[in-house]
Design a protein around this ligand. Structure first.
Ligand code: FUB
Length: 353
């Protein structure tokens, strides 16, 4: 299916709260920088990759499942994935249909949240989070011969991976790394020392933040090659970011890209609705906070991927332009610019009047 209109519901206030947090969503009457890539279904959390000369986008598929309980993000009740692709940014966008559905994942109970994909060994891999039957977020993997799916899931989730928002990064030497983690409803705070601790609270004040994780993947990409390591996110003075630093600490939405030999770890601050970036010299970090990459979008959540395609860099992101509701989102794209000093030009998702 190509671009076709579902309906545009206007810019009503986005009222939903994500992840059990209480900070208000962002509302606007301004004009948007970019338009939704598709309007016939709600999409979010776009993970973009250049595969076989096309740009593939692996998003969440938002639905109105009638879930009114917003505790811990319960209203993000997604049940399947649709993969999108395009030959050129700004050109027609193809919806390849259902690539994986929750009924096909033996271990999953509910909530197919933000996925990512990789290409290796002549196959395509879809990494995805879901709550298991005990309501604990795990990360699974599924494989396909095609970047567009359909994908066949493994019988069990990845051992040693947990929480949400998997992002896979293939380095120049052929090694693949899995980044993951998401605070609050994403349950990252429940895994101190990589051990499930249901009562562990979200770090506050001067307590060190709950660190996102990274692990090298096995060559077959169907498991972790090592225990997950905590990623150190440092302020410019070299101090680990603390839980109370809500404008800089990690909340969710891991992504890794490399530019001019530097590793860029980008992420969402959740409650303050920013996409930030931090840089380092190794895929494991540490990463030093450098600034804001994307200012707050309309809605509560914000989520990004950064990809190079046909010589240009792009930021894929989402907002709630189509619905005005925080849990019914739409994916977008805009060009991204690395500056000569290694910083990235901050993107405002609204046009200045
Ligand atoms: O789509 C559900 C969750 O919302 C994602 O996992 C987070 O990154 C946030 O975008």
């Amino acid at each position: 299916m190509f671009r076709r209109s579902l309906r545009t519901l206007g810019l009503s206030a986005a009222m939903a709260l994500a992840s059990g947090c209480t900070h208000a969503p962002v509302t606007t009457t301004s004009k948007f920088l970019s338009e939704p890539l598709v309007t016939h279904l709600y999409t979010a959390d776009p993970a973009a990759h250049a595969f076989a000369g096309r740009l593939y986008v692996y998003p969440s598929h938002d639905i109105d499942a009638g879930v009114t309980d917003r505790t811990d993000g319960n209203h993000y009740a997604m049940r399947d994935y649709h993969i999108l692709s395009m030959g050129a940014v700004g050109g027609p966008v193809k919806d390849h249909g259902v690539a994986l559905k929750i009924e096909d994942v033996p271990w999953a109970g509910r909530q197919l949240w933000a996925p990512d994909a990789a290409h290796a060994n002549g196959r395509y891999y879809l990494f995805f989070p879901a709550r298991d039957k005990a309501d604990v977020f795990r990360i699974g993997v599924a494989t396909s011969d095609s970047p567009a799916g359909p994908f066949t899931p493994e019988a069990s989730p990845l051992e040693g991976a947990f929480s949400i928002d998997p992002a896979v990064y293939g380095d120049d030497d052929g090694a693949f790394y899995l980044y993951f983690g998401g605070l609050a409803g994403g349950q990252l705070q429940r895994w101190p020392g990589n051990t499930y601790t249901p009562a562990a609270p979200v770090p506050q004040g001067e307590e060190p933040e709950a660190a996102p994780r990274v692990a090298r993947l096995r060559p077959d990409l169907l498991g972790l090659a090592e225990p997950a390591r905590e990623i150190q996110l440092l302020d410019p003075a070299g101090k680990i970011l603390v839980g109370g630093d809500e404008a800089r600490r990690f909340f969710e939405s891991c992504w890794m890209h490399k530019h001019a030999g530097t590793y860029y770890f980008t992420y969402s601050t959740g409650t303050t609705h920013l996409i930030c970036y931090a840089t380092g010299h190794s895929p494991y970090g540490p990463f030093t906070y450098r600034g804001v990459l994307l200012k707050p979008v309309q809605g509560w959540t914000t989520h990004q991927s950064v990809v190079r395609f046909k010589g240009k860099w792009y930021l894929f992101y989402h907002d709630s332009q189509l619905s005005g509701k925080s849990n019914l989102r739409n994916v977008k794209v805009t060009e991204l610019h690395h500056l000569p000093d290694g910083t990235i030009e901050a993107i405002d998702p609204f046009l200045t009047p």
